[in-house]
Ligand binder design. Structure first.
Ligand code: ZN
Length: 317
């Protein structure tokens, strides 16, 4: 039944130039394609956004788009997680519409106190070069939701998507559109940047498995084109993460000990990656996650030498 519905609506064409417009994916569900795909859903005459995008400008454009095309008042924003590119337009939209912002507890704390995001990256009070809008959003006022099950009194369903961030959720609509947040990235992004933020690699793989088993009319990752068949994207993301794991391992193998910065530098120089301070810290978070993953598999171990935390291959017993 859900598939039939999806066939009736205008299909998403991946090759089209993306702009700020509403593309219908189900009876009550739309996507606003962009650098971050935003979801829009209606129920009982009320509108809901799934994530909002980067900044005030994006918020203004979304509200204009909705006011020109839909008459339902916006009741709430459901945030999948608290990264700045997903919550950055919350403040503008909340101020204009007085809508609520719903998100999970830990992500909600970050959404109300976005300076925690650069603090998490730097492990101390952050310096200004890592406090730009791509890292630190404007704060918005939130209400907490659970990471699994019915979202408030709506027919939306939250699905935990561990791996990428702290307590990220996906959202499934009753017309069977599955918003996947940042669990999967476009292969072009993986190819270009090599690293992608995944804080917990073992959990990310479990999330890949869960998504590969899921059934939906549409799958909507935030940073890849919506698709009816998610399997290829899941496999590309598995390969992308496996490439980082093995690159980090190779940076350590055959040495007396390598720091996380050394490992990132070896890989980044070999791949001719360019990064500023903020981007470097995001990539370092990715390296750190893969160091933990390799240590969990007993392939490497940490030690301290000359006041540096180093990693070496663990001798086989
Ligand atoms: Zn994102």
């Amino acid at each position: 039944m859900c598939e039939k519905r999806a066939n009736k609506v205008r299909p998403y064409e991946a090759e089209e130039v993306i702009g700020l417009e509403l593309r219908q994916l189900g009876e009550s569900t739309w996507v606003i394609p962009g650098p971050v795909n935003i979801g829009y859903y209606e129920e009982n005459g009320k509108g809901y956004l799934i994530d909002t995008g980067l900044d005030d400008d994006q918020g203004r454009k979304i509200l204009k788009l909705l006011s020109e095309n839909r008459s339902a008042p916006l009741r709430a924003i459901v945030n999948t997680h608290s990264n700045a590119d997903h919550i950055g337009a919350n403040a503008f939209i909340q101020k204009r519409t007085n809508c609520e912002v719903w998100t999970t507890r830990i992500e909600g704390v970050m959404t109300e106190r976005p300076s925690l995001e650069p603090l998490l990256l730097w492990a101390a009070w952050p310096f200004k070069q890592i406090r730009g809008k791509f890292i630190e959003a404007k704060p918005s006022k939130v209400k907490f939701i659970e990471s699994e099950g019915q979202i408030m009194d709506t027919s939306l369903k939250a699905v935990p998507l561990p791996g990428h961030y702290l307590d990220m959720i996906g959202v499934i609509t009753p017309d069977n559109v599955f918003f996947l947040a940042d669990s999967l990235f476009d292969p072009k992004i993986l190819e270009k940047y090599r690293f992608s933020v995944m804080l917990d690699i073992a959990s990310a793989y479990k999330t890949f498995d869960m998504i590969a088993e899921a059934r939906a009319s549409w799958f909507v990752p935030c940073h890849a084109n919506p698709t009816n068949d998610i399997h290829e994207l899941v496999e590309q993301n598995r390969a992308g993460q496996a490439w980082i794991t093995e690159s980090v391992y190779r940076a350590i193998e055959g040495t007396e000990g390598v720091s996380r910065e050394d490992a990132l530098s070896k890989i980044g120089v070999a791949e001719e990656l360019e990064m500023d301070a903020a981007h470097l810290l995001l990539n370092l978070a990715s390296v750190n996650a893969h160091l933990t993953y390799l240590a969990e598999q007993d392939r490497i171990e940490p030690f301290v030498k000359d006041c540096r935390l180093l990693w070496r291959v663990r001798p086989k017993i």
